[in-house]
Design a protein around this ligand. Sequence first.
Ligand SMILES: C[S@@+](CC[C@H](N)C(=O)[O-])C[C@H]1O[C@@H](n2cnc3c(N)ncnc32)[C@H](O)[C@@H]1O
Length: 310
Amino acid sequence: MNQNELRTFLDKTEAIIGRNWLENATSDPEEIASYYSKLRKFYHKMHSQEGAMHFPIKPEEGGSHADGLMFHVKDLDETVKDMDYKKVIEFGCGVGFNIINLARMNPNVEFIGYDLTENNIRIAKERAGLRNLKNVHFQLGNFDTMNPKDFEKQDMIFSIEAMCHSKDLDLVIQKCHQILNGHGRLIVFDGYGTQKSRSADEDTLRAADYFSKGFFLPNPQYLDETIDSGKKAGFQDLIVKDYTKNILSNFVRFEDGVKLIFKFPWLTKLLIKFKIMPIELFRHGLAGLYGPYLLKYGFAGYFRIDCRKS
Ligand SMILES: C[S@@+](CC[C@H](N)C(=O)[O-])C[C@H]1O[C@@H](n2cnc3c(N)ncnc32)[C@H](O)[C@@H]1O
């Protein structure tokens, strides 16, 4: 989508669902959990039968979807081994794709998967049980409201496309700092608004808002503010890597798929009205529709942030 097409798609989006509905759409924890429960089968069918719920990171010249989904696991596995870490937790583990793979690759390390969505925790437990893994456990909880004192000290905390759902990322980062050992680190893979997005035109701001609503993101999160939060929490060293170009091809495929339902807005409106198309699915589509535009024009990016305590 280019800048001229953007206006057309914004108009079509509002014709289908109404500007009022879009402005009033919220992303509370119950709604986030319901979204992930309802879209679980969609993710399974369209994205990863192994349960990954994140973007594949691929070399710019291509690469397989399955390898791209494993990029994060391989990257984190290297850190666990290099640092000889023994206790690792994933905040927002989904159905356990990352933490189960890491547990298999590191039988002497203890892993915890933590997630808000009961359905995801249930499936993650089943998947770990099928593999007879004894070094991974799962816990239901909300990282926005958790008490750091309820956790044993950890060597590494990681989070892949989950902290974007936080209502107060600054506070979550402070809590992670408290949970980590002195040599520990927090590694986050996620999307953030860039400096450029702060002075974006009105249409782009609307696209960014609809994108956030599509992925049930309660607040805009910016890269610079997140780095400041890490420093404020007491992390000594923050290393940022930009993987925006490596997720774009997959995102554009998502956009192409979503554009099909915008060909006949009146039909989509009817399908939603008669509940043939779940509203969550349409809403999810907005992230696919506007995400690539925001990435391509530099209003948002996808980053790995490594926050080291020492
Ligand atoms: C996009 S999925 C990513 C799952 C997993 N990290 C992966 O890479 O496959 C985001 C996950 O974050 C969880 N989540 C969202 N908000 C959360 C919160 N406040 N506390 C804990 N988990 C949360 C959701 O339930 C969902 O399973």
